[in-house]
Design a protein around this ligand. Structure first.
Ligand SMILES: [Zn+2]
Ligand SMILES: [Zn+2]
Length: 140
């Protein structure tokens, strides 16, 4: 069973991802404005995993919940010491999935992207990732 580990920048928070196969993770870019703001970059990079595969092994995340601008509550969890964004999920995914920030994985190359969301909001200078799926909007 592949096991992935990760942490925030200051390592106060550490976590483990237990997947039966790398195919159980779906990594994607999201170019939406919410991701721009939350990640502080021109896209967000997360991997969608079954909720039960994600475990915090050290420390405790701080939760932020707010309307994402379309009436949907979006939850984000981060380190309240160093500010690293650890994961997020929308109301609909709450009981099933977690979207873990790929940059916090100890090996960020382990789960490469399979698709891009909100391509209509892609930064002008940013090229497409080759050989993945592209959606103009919607991130489940
Ligand atoms: Zn931290
Ligand atoms: Zn987004």
């Amino acid at each position: 069973m592949p096991n992935y580990t990760g942490s925030c920048y200051c390592r106060a928070i550490e976590y483990e991802l237990q997947l039966s196969s790398p195919d159980d993770a779906r990594t994607s870019l999201c170019h939406c404005r919410n991701c721009n703001k939350a990640f502080g970059t021109n896209y967000g990079l997360t991997t969608k995993v079954p909720k039960e595969s994600f475990h915090v092994t050290k420390g405790e995340t701080k939760e932020h919940a707010a309307d994402n601008g379309t009436g949907v509550t979006l939850y984000r969890e981060f380190c309240d010491i160093c500010g690293s964004h650890i994961l997020e999920y929308g109301e609909a995914a709450k009981d099933k999935f977690r979207y873990v920030t790929v940059g916090t994985l100890d090996d960020p190359n382990a789960l490469p992207p399979k698709g891009e969301f909100f391509c209509k909001s892609r930064a002008n200078w940013m090229p497409e990732i080759p050989d993945v799926f592209y959606k103009q909007e919607i991130k489940e």
